[in-house]
Design a protein around this ligand. Structure first.
Ligand code: SF4
Length: 388
């Protein structure tokens, strides 16, 4: 609808090397033709803009891959095009993900001039040995330097750490969290290492060369993180994200609150006007699709009310504020989106809390998100028309 908020995700698919835990759409190429890529992404963006006239742009997120390897002029051109296609919200949030390599840090000032006002830095660890284990192309020292330069250039800075690595202990991780909290950013993303199918780590686990940290130890580290960040005034607002109040990622909140977002660039996902879109993943296929069709869409599917409601529940429950299950049901014309009897049972066991139609995970529940989702959304909701 005209004036409705819209977020924009732009995927840059290239990295200098492939990390062994990574299942993102990232590719290593010897050379990248920045002009060709700028033109292709601009064409893909223009396609989305044509379908979404009159919307109000609230955020742009450059993700990857490694978007800090983009030429700042390319970033500039994409921001300029997006803000010409759509009217912008008063405080347009423009985030870019960056790695701490020097070639990227040298670009921070130009990226800020291009309009990026929030940087999300992939530090991943403060420890060189852990960085080597994670296959990262930077050292801890480079990480600190990149953070310092980022904080000089961007008003809002966040960084990521990965924990629950094999051998992590409460003592080592609490020292890292304390250090993270002392660095003065208002947002942190703290992810547990997960072994994703198809990654190098997954083959190593299968061969017995890597033993993941056991789930109880990982859960203890999660609880420790929760306690330390809350005490420091940077509480968890989503399973793995922590922020001072008001400093949450507005872009990611759009996903979790089930707002519309256009997704452009290779492999980008989007959800707009009740449809889900997926772009071609492989960079070369994306370029030929844009040349052929004027956009990079590989799949487009209209979501059924049940699919949409289920997705809204899955996304919303990740948030500490939880999700209004009654409003979701109403929005998609369903009698119900959760099995309330099972919800009540999980409230009694201390895993969920309820306030009217809104349900939220408790701290204990956050450790069991997938299991709880399976429990409460296991009954397909009936359409109102059928129920009445
Ligand atoms: S830098 Fe990020 S996107 Fe690129 S391979 Fe490593 S984890 Fe994946």
């Amino acid at each position: 609808m005209s004036g409705d908020p819209l977020a924009l995700y732009v995927h840059w698919p290239f990295c200098v090397s492939k990390c062994p835990y990574c299942d993102f759409n990232s590719h290593v190429r010897e050379a990248v033709d920045q002009d060709a890529w700028r033109d292709a992404i601009l064409a893909d963006l223009a396609h989305e803009a044509k379908l979404l006239p009159g919307r109000r742009l609230t955020s742009i997120f450059f993700g990857g891959g490694t978007p800090s390897l983009m030429d700042p002029a390319t970033v500039d051109a994409i921001i300029a095009a997006a803000t010409a296609h759509w009217e912008t919200a008063e405080r347009l949030e423009v985030t870019l993900e960056a790695n701490p390599n020097s070639v990227e840090t040298d670009r921070f000032a130009d990226l800020a001039r291009a309009g990026v006002n929030r940087l999300s830095l992939g530090l991943q660890s403060f420890d060189d040995e852990a960085l080597r284990f994670l296959g990262r192309a930077h050292s801890a020292r480079e990480g600190f330097r990149a953070l310092e330069i980022a904080q000089k250039n961007f008003r809002r800075v966040s960084f990521d750490l990965i924990y629950a690595l094999p051998g992590d202990s409460e003592a080592s991780w609490s020292a890292s969290v304390a250090q993270a909290l002392s660095l003065g950013t208002s947002h942190l993303s703290l992810y547990q290492l997960t072994i994703e199918p198809g990654t190098r780590f997954s083959s190593m686990v299968a061969r017995g060369e890597l033993e993941p940290l056991d789930t109880d130890a990982a859960a203890a580290l999660y609880e420790l993180t929760d306690a330390m960040t809350s005490a420091a005034g940077v509480p968890c607002y989503e399973i793995s994200n922590y922020a001072r109040p008001g400093q949450e990622s507005r872009h990611n909140l759009t996903y979790w609150r089930y707002g519309d977002y256009a997704g452009v660039g290779p492999g980008a996902h989007g959800r707009r006007l009740n449809s889900r879109t997926v772009r071609h993943r492989k960079p070369e296929n994306f370029l030929s699709a844009v040349a052929r069709n004027g956009h990079g869409i590989a799949e487009e599917e209209i979501l059924s009310p049940f699919q949409a409601a289920d997705e809204a529940l899955v996304m919303g429950l990740r948030l500490r504020e939880g999700v209004d299950a009654e409003r979701i049901a109403e929005r998609f014309g369903l009698a119900s989106v959760v099995d309330w009897e099972r919800v009540e049972r999980l409230i009694r066991s201390g895993h969920l809390a309820r306030d009217g139609g809104r349900i939220a995970l408790t701290a204990a529940g956050r450790l069991l998100l997938d299991h709880i989702l399976g429990e409460i959304a296991s009954v397909e909701p009936k359409a109102l028309a059928v129920a009445s």
